[in-house]
Design a protein around this ligand. Structure first.
Ligand code: BGC
Length: 371
């Protein structure tokens, strides 16, 4: 009997030691997303939280309502928890320098998620898609769909650009990729821009706002197309802006043709517009995979490793390790870049095949819980 009691005591002691050890080992990840008002970040936040939790980490997820001061405060609170790792999608890439210096002082590593964070040496890594390639895919789609040939100037087309938020480092890459791809055709006079708005600054959309994109397009249509000028292409950098532009075309465009409208993300409302013929394509970015790459990177960092190219072997999604493209003002930030691809009405089933969307009649719905 005595023996059994002492064996039980030893077992209980061992168990409680185990519990203390595992409680100590549970590391917490702080995830700072910009806003719930732009659809994709709801999916990003959910996939990141789900995947880190499933891997045994504690998760603190915050959204900052597209408000720069709030994001600084929210990240400050995560540092105070303290979390063991920060994953940050910045609202304004230029505005987190001081807060992230505090993270660095507290020894908390930071991953810049999707958007590069500028002017801080507190960032260890950047996880995103090949942002320039997003724009290239949009530009190339226009070339292919209109069947453009730089040596054939017999047929010309009108195009207008809508770009993203100047505070988002990605926005210039998207616009640059599209504009550079189309430039030979613009230079040859095959693609004309009746508004004359050819620079990023002229077509940028603060906060990626659908309403602002709508108003800007309404103004462009009123000023340059009310005389019957035909609009052939509305090159929009992403889906939130494409939503406003498509709405402006529906309500304010006098022409009888449906202009080609580009986008990016695969937001539900835009997938619906693609089914309805109001948007022609979107550059799809699988943000569940982006979360998965961030998880593998986060695991390695939390294990005290300094991952580099070899991390690619442990990833289930296709990605490139890039050590030249993203300089945040303090030097090059090593980057893991996933691969975006084009979705049109004819290829919507590809999204269903990922398991992240399902058909609901003629339209797609997200299978993620919060969207
Ligand atoms: C993301 C895009 C998104 C945009 C607005 C960018 O930083 O890369 O996918 O459309 O923000 O949310």
């Amino acid at each position: 009997m005595k023996k059994i009691v002492s064996a039980l005591l030893i077992l209980a002691l061992a168990l409680s030691l185990c519990m203390v050890a595992s409680a100590e080992e549970t590391k917490t990840v702080g995830i700072a997303m910009p806003t719930r008002s732009l659809e994709r970040w709801n999916r990003d936040g959910e996939y990141l939280a789900e995947q880190f939790e499933a891997a045994g980490y504690g998760v603190e997820l915050v959204y900052s309502d597209n408000d720069i001061t709030q994001q600084n405060n929210d990240i400050g609170n995560l540092i105070a928890v303290p979390v063991d790792l920060l994953i940050v999608a910045a609202i304004d890439g230029e505005s987190l320098t001081q807060t992230l210096a505090d993270a660095k002082d507290a020894g908390i590593p930071v991953i810049a998620y999707d958007r590069l964070i500028m002017n801080t040496d507190a960032i260890s890594y950047y996880v995103s898609f090949d942002n320039y390639q997003v724009g290239v895919l949009q530009g190339q789609f226009v070339i292919d769909t209109l069947g453009l040939d730089v040596n054939d100037t017999s047929k010309t087309y009108n195009i207008e650009f809508t770009a993203g938020d100047p505070a988002d480092n990605n926005a210039g890459f998207f616009f640059g990729g599209a504009y550079d791809t189309l430039k030979p055709f613009i230079d040859a006079g095959i693609l004309n821009i009746p508004s004359g708005k050819t620079s990023f600054e002229q077509v940028a959309t603060p906060a990626w706002s659908t309403d602002t994109a709508l108003e800007n397009m309404q103004n462009t249509l009123a000023s340059f197309y009310s005389d019957g000028t035909v609009l052939d292409v509305a090159l929009c950098s992403n889906d939130s802006t494409a939503l406003g532009v498509a709405q402006a075309i529906s309500s304010d465009y006098a022409g009888s043709n449906q202009p080609l409208v580009t986008g990016q993300d695969g937001d539900i409302a835009n997938l619906q517009n693609i089914v309805d013929g109001k948007q022609t394509m979107t550059v799809y970015k699988n943000v569940s995979d982006e979360a998965g790459v961030t998880l593998e990177l986060g695991k390695a960092i939390l294990a005290g490793e300094t991952p580099a190219e070899e991390l690619l072997e442990s990833l289930s999604a296709e990605a490139a390790y890039d050590t030249s493209s993203y300089d945040n003002g303090t030097g090059i930030i090593p980057s893991y870049l996933l691969v975006p691809f084009v979705i049109t009405k004819d290829s919507l089933q590809t999204l269903v095949d990922t398991g992240l969307y399902a058909w609901d009649g003629d339209y797609l719905v997200s299978t993620a819980a919060t969207t």
